[in-house]
Ligand binder design. Structure first.
Ligand code: ZN
Length: 148
């Protein structure tokens, strides 16, 4: 069941990526690159003075998984505090490595759990994490993020 949901979600977000644009007025920007697959994207985050993520966006090119994952990432962190976004980043990272079992371990991943089976495909893990690593890099003021 979950595999089916995973495929549907990836296809849908790849066809219609959310927040796929350059964000004017972004306070944090980073460029992410996954040389293994050729995924290359920019992540933009706009943080308000209270530390809340007002907007998040991304652009670039990559495979369906990297694009869908980045699209879901922008939706997931919007309206969250920087601290909450970093917690989500940690949880997502553990999920795709297979270290977090969403059915039995407490987490905030919600719809992002569709990626729970991806640890079986190590090359794809980098595609799924790229947007998240780049977002995290942007918040940490790291300009360029590479999965290698
Ligand atoms: Zn990829």
């Amino acid at each position: 069941m979950r595999d089916e949901l995973y495929q549907q979600t990836i296809l849908e977000h790849n066809r219609n990526p959310r927040n796929f644009k350059k964000l004017e007025g972004a306070t944090h920007v980073a460029e992410g690159y996954n040389p293994l697959c050729g995924d290359h994207l920019w992540v933009y985050v706009k943080v308000d003075p209270k530390g809340i993520i007002e907007e998040a966006a991304f652009e670039g090119s990559g495979c369906a998984i990297s694009k869908a994952s980045a699209s879901m990432m922008t939706v997931s962190i919007k309206g969250k505090s920087v601290e909450e976004a970093n917690i989500l980043f940690e949880e997502f990272h553990q999920l795709v490595k297979g270290d977090l079992k969403p059915d039995t371990q407490p987490n905030h991943l919600d719809k992002l759990t569709v990626f729970s089976g991806i640890w079986q495909y190590p090359a794809r893990v980098k595609c799924a994490s790229l947007g998240w690593h780049t977002m995290h890099g942007a918040l940490e003021k790291t300009k360029t993020v590479s999965t290698e």
